[in-house]
Design a protein around this ligand. Structure first.
Ligand code: CU
Length: 113
């Protein structure tokens, strides 16, 4: 019983520790440009796209496993939590011809020594 309690307590510490470390990053669309265009984050971080234009934008990932959004209305937001390391290019379907493309680079969380 004692061992189980200890295990649960340590698990709790690990989970809450990760939540403290997880950050939120914001990407704006002003002028039909994702800013920043390339964003490097850590595993578990959340990325929020904010549509601050007066037209609908989309966020469509090359990797179909990542749920995008094909209708982000003006003044609306859309968020994704990235739980897998890697590089995730995406684009706005309507405005990719205008260069509206971006990339999220997800790094493993560096472990302290
Ligand atoms: Cu767009």
């Amino acid at each position: 019983m004692k061992t189980i309690m200890k295990f649960l307590f340590i698990s709790f510490l690990m989970v809450s520790g990760l939540q403290v470390l997880a950050a939120e990053h914001r990407i704006t669309t002003q002028g039909w440009v994702f800013t920043p265009e390339v964003l490097t984050i850590s595993v578990g971080d959340k990325v929020t796209w904010v549509n601050d234009d007066d037209t609908i934008h989309t966020v469509i990932f090359q990797d179909p496993k990542i749920q995008g959004n094909d209708k982000i209305k003006p003044e609306k937001e859309f968020s994704v939590v990235f739980n897998t390391p890697g590089e995730f290019p995406y684009q706005c379907r309507q405005h990719k011809g205008n260069g509206m493309i971006g990339k999220i680079i997800v790094k493993e969380i560096a472990t302290k020594k």
